[in-house]
Design a protein around this ligand. Structure first.
Ligand code: TXA
Ligand code: MG
Length: 308
């Protein structure tokens, strides 16, 4: 691949546009993880009905430490498996500036260094972390050839980098090492036995283990501490009002998108929920959000935030 093309791709990514790129596992749909708007575009293009947390791709273990709270287990796993098909989940560092939408509002972040020369060159040139889910439409199989990506998403993205067929072909192993017991969240190229050998301890299996469902074990959904009231037309006494669109009543604490744009609302959603999750209020009242396009994903998250 020509350096000019790669440089171009890196500039597009920095500017917030989407570029699909090869990794050793599957092709990723990459966006600048520091920009809420670029991450919102990923969900829009994939047509995801919900905001799943995304994996943040970085060029080295050293770079990863700008975005997550590093620990001894991370160091051991990075030494053994990076670059390669392993993703680690760690507490996010607010100072890293990664979009809250990228981690679906969670206090943890999934990071990996992909084992593909082109991906590493791209990360080196872009100098921003890249959020990248598999580059397919929601509900379809992951692409392992550039041609698959063009078929799935060609019209909606700026560039597809062709790095040939992906060597691994299935997504990376995801292991949560943010808590006291390492937990396998998604099986992949790196096996549980390999992880246990390097860590020198048991790795819990989220698939089989019932414990994973214990409250607080896996904070898979961000929920504010305050009660959330949906489809509100105005705030009750003491509530913070989270508005949407030009019809917002005066005195709203935040407006997800004053112009009524769903992509903008998605980009602001988690940051605004967090900002309003403040003990000086007694609840968060949210205006109705249209259900079309990204609205479905926004409403899915809001319902989870409201269900206690
Ligand atoms: O091989 C791969 O990992 C590919 C290539 C492109 O790198 N990427 C990929 O990304 O599969 P994605 O977004 O499709 O998968 C993200 C996985 C999901 O299972 C998600 O639940 C989990 O990682 N995940 C991400 N952030 C998480 C977090 N903070 N806590 C727990 N799980 C997380
Ligand atoms: Mg996928």
């Amino acid at each position: 691949m020509s350096t000019a093309l790669l440089y171009n791709a890196a500039q597009h990514l920095r500017a917030g546009r989407l570029v699909a790129f090869p990794t050793e596992t599957v092709y990723g749909l990459g966006a600048n993880a520091l920009l809420d708007s670029a991450v919102a575009e990923i969900y829009a293009v994939k047509g995801r009905p919900e905001f799943n947390p995304l994996i943040i791709h970085v060029e080295s273990a050293q770079a990863a430490q700008r975005y997550v709270e590093w620990n001894a287990q991370a160091e051991a796993l990075a030494c053994a498996f990076w670059p390669g098909p392993l993703t680690v989940v760690l507490p996010r560092l607010e100072s890293g500036g990664v979009s809250l939408l990228a981690s679906a509002g969670l206090s943890t972040l999934a990071v990996r260094v992909p084992g593909h020369g082109l991906a590493l060159e791209l990360l080196g040139l872009a100098q921003v972390p890249l959020a990248a889910p598999s580059a397919n439409r929601s509900g379809r199989v992951s692409p392992t050839l550039a041609a698959h990506v063009i078929e799935e998403l060609g019209e909606n993205i700026t560039m597809v980098l062709d790095g040939g067929p992906c060597a691994v072909g299935v997504e990376s192993t995801v292991v949560d090492i943010s808590g006291s017991v390492p937990t396998l969240l998604r099986p992949g190229g790196v096996t549980r036995a390999q992880l246990e050998l390097v860590l020198g301890c048991a790795v819990m299996d989220a698939g089989a283990g019932a414990q994973i469902n214990a409250p607080g074990m896996l904070a898979s959904h961000y929920a504010p501490a305050l009660p959330v009231r949906l489809n509100a037309l105005e705030a009750l006494a003491g509530e913070a009002f989270l508005a949407f669109g030009p019809e917002a009543p005066a005195g709203a604490a935040r407006n997800l998108s004053p112009r009524g744009e769903l992509k903008e609302a998605a980009a602001n959603l988690f940051a605004y929920l967090r900002a309003l999750d403040d003990p000086r209020y007694r609840g968060i009242a949210v205006m109705p959000i249209p259900q079309d396009g990204l609205g479905a994903a926004i409403n899915d998250r809001l319902r989870r935030a409201a269900a206690k």
